[in-house]
Write a protein that binds this ligand. Structure first.
Ligand SMILES: Cc1ncc(C[n+]2csc(CCOP(=O)(O)OP(=O)(O)O)c2C)c(N)n1
Ligand SMILES: [Mg+2]
Length: 324
């Protein structure tokens, strides 16, 4: 059966799998932070720790050949869509074994083999890319998902693409990761009306506000949206409310966020929310510990492999249109 026909409640093994996928992203980001501070990562990084439940929940509702466009905060988008952590980590370190041959770095990963049509440094760019992919997806019976931040909903892309997708009844799912800040600016200070979900009504698009720290809440909302898209009933907007644990990028200490607010969100860490759910399902701590060990080993292997991999050799490259 396809993912959309699955009941919303999953088997215990699937609960563990979702937890493991989120932990994979969290530990990947922890390593990225460490490697960045060591000077191993060239260019910048935007970590998504704290926001893992959104891509994992959304991708759990997709088929492998559905499309997804992510952002510069995109390590979780890629890993949830199926990019191998080994090739993603190598990409972060600029190595030839990276998913883009070491040429994309942190912000511009693309992995077409896994339906990742790109990650975009331009705020809102993912919305346009996914809308374009949705035109193709419509012919193929596939679905295209755009991941983007709250800040992107004030970009022209958002409004043009939602309108276009509605008019053409495109199989698109627009997933806003509302982490309440765009760089150092609170979302409410720059968002007219103060509400992202209600913006969809202007285009006649169904929309839902979702607990973006609960992977199963995200999954349920995504299953409904993906089913709507696949049945030819057009696009959906999901506003998934979540929070980034780190600053905007690099070494931003995020001093502009009130400590009580940070504490409130840390108490609802998506990994803890998931663990509580695993306990409710009667999943033993030992089983969770086994997942923890397996994911730790996987990340450690990816780091060692990346550090040992060669850099690309410019002399061996084919000329491009930019060559003199
Ligand atoms: C078109 C454009 N304008 C400005 C920037 C600079 N910029 C990079 S990230 C960012 C904040 C975007 O915030 P949001 O969409 O909420 O995503 P988040 O970083 O919170 O995930 C800005 C303004 C950019 N990259 N692209
Ligand atoms: Mg934001």
């Amino acid at each position: 059966m396809t993912v959309e026909q699955q009941p919303a409640t999953e088997a215990p093994a699937a609960y563990l799998e979702r937890y493991g996928q989120m932990l994979l992203i969290r530990l990947f980001e922890t390593e990225m932070q460490r490697l960045f501070l060591k000077g191993e990562v060239h260019g910048t990084t935007h970590l998504c720790a704290g926001q893992e439940a959104v891509p994992v929940g959304v991708c759990s509702a997709l088929e492998p050949d559905d499309y997804l466009a992510g952002t510069y905060r995109g390590h979780g988008h890629a890993l949830a869509k199926g990019t191998d952590p080994r090739s993603l980590l190598a990409e972060m370190l600029g190595r030839a074994t990276g998913v883009c041959g070491g040429r994309a770095g942190s912000m511009n990963v693309i992995d077409v083999a896994h339906g990742l049509v790109g990650c975009f440094g331009i705020v809102g760019g993912s919305i346009a890319a996914a809308t374009g992919a949705a035109v193709t997806a419509k012919r193929q019976g596939r679905v295209a998902v755009a991941m983007f931040g709250d800040g992107a909903t004030n970009q022209g892309y958002f409004h043009e693409c939602l309108n276009f997708a509605k008019v053409l009844a495109l199989p698109a799912v627009y997933v806003c990761e509302n982490n309440f800040y765009g760089e150092f600016t609170p979302m409410l200070k720059v968002t007219g009306g103060g509400d992202i979900t209600s913006r969809a009504a202007a285009y006649g698009i169904p929309a839902q506000t979702v607990d973006g720290n609960d992977v199963w809440a995200v999954r349920e909302a995504a299953l409904e949206a993906v089913q709507r898209a696949r049945q030819g009933r057009g696009p959906t907007l999901l506003e998934c409310q979540t929070y980034r644990h780190h600053g905007h990028s690099k070494a931003d200490p995020a001093k502009y966020r009130p400590p009580e607010e940070v504490e409130r969100w840390l108490a609802r860490d998506p990994l803890n929310v998931a663990k509580a759910r695993l306990a409710e399902q009667g999943i033993a701590e030992q089983e969770i510990a086994e997942v923890d060990d397996a994911i730790k080993a996987r990340i450690e292997d990816a780091v060692q492999a990346a550090l040992a991999a060669p850099y690309p050799d410019p002399a061996a490259e084919n000329p491009t249109e930019f060559a003199p």
